[in-house]
Design a protein around this ligand. Sequence first.
Ligand SMILES: [Zn+2]
Length: 108
Amino acid sequence: MPAGWPATRRRVLARDRWVCRLGFAGCEGHATDAHHTVRGSEDEATIVAACGACHRIVTQQQASAARWIDARGDRAAEGGTSSGPGRGQRFVPPLIPGQVSPETGGAA
Ligand SMILES: [Zn+2]
């Protein structure tokens, strides 16, 4: 997170009038986050206002697809083309056998 991020975020939100520009299904409308559409770019032209719901969705999509929207210009809000976020994903914690050491009962 760059040092100037809070200011950048505020500028982006003000520029977009606190309206989410991602518009996924479930969009809350009111933007509270700023979203990078181009990884690594701090150019405010590539950062858009996003609501919490859309930000979660798009972050998930980017993480899973490892593909970032090429937002040259104003193409960040390309909603409705995909089938939407997968809701079936559940986090299953790995089974951790309670503090059992591999060497049990060995009298050394
Ligand atoms: Zn939204």
